[in-house]
Design a protein around this ligand. Structure first.
Ligand SMILES: [Zn+2]
Length: 60
């Protein structure tokens, strides 16, 4: 009869935005980083990481 399956969205489970392990937030802009939450130390997203690299590169 109905070949259309139910789609999640109407009062069901919330859709998962990103698959995979939870990633730590960037400490500067709170964007998801490439590091897992179990990562020790400061976690920076690729953008902030690049900016930090530029900054540290300039300071002797
Ligand atoms: Zn960032």
């Amino acid at each position: 009869m109905s070949d259309v399956e139910h789609r999640a969205g109407a009062g069901g489970t919330q859709p998962v935005e990103a698959a995979g392990p939870p990633f730590a937030e960037c400490v500067l802009c709170r964007e998801p980083t490439e590091y897992p939450e179990s990562h020790k130390g400061v976690t920076l997203c690729p953008v902030c990481e690049w900016q930090e690299a530029q900054r540290t590169a300039c300071s002797g």
